[in-house]
Design a protein around this ligand. Structure first.
Ligand code: SF4
Length: 101
């Protein structure tokens, strides 16, 4: 588990209110149309966590997302499992697993 904060910005959601750039200008800038651009790679040092968290919480369209390894119960997020390719349900084996349309 790490206390490091990581964020990403979904620019498809951004409505250009500019609140993030006001709260944390080191991490968000605005393009020529007023839409947010993430500055840097999304790694937020502890000293800037409050400002970035405020930007995240005040974004009216929730375009700023925290990529977390932390959970409320303190356990880490399980890694994604590889799909079971041997038992994958496809149209080729449809009769075996009873797919109905
Ligand atoms: S606060 Fe949200 S909507 Fe506003 S500019 Fe930033 S990311 Fe876009």
């Amino acid at each position: 588990m790490t206390d490091r904060m990581r964020i990403k910005l979904d620019r498809t959601l951004c409505d250009g209110f500019g609140i993030c750039a006001k709260h944390a200008p080191e991490y968000f800038s605005l393009d020529d149309w007023g839409y947010a651009v993430l500055v840097g790679d999304g790694d937020i040092p502890e000293r800037d966590r409050d400002a970035v968290s405020r930007a995240l919480m005040d974004c009216p369209v929730h375009a700023i997302l925290e990529i977390g390894e932390r959970r409320p119960d303190g356990t880490g997020i399980q890694p994604l499992r590889e799909p079971d390719l041997e038992n994958l349900k496809t149209e080729d084996n449809e009769a075996e697993w009873g797919f109905s349309r």
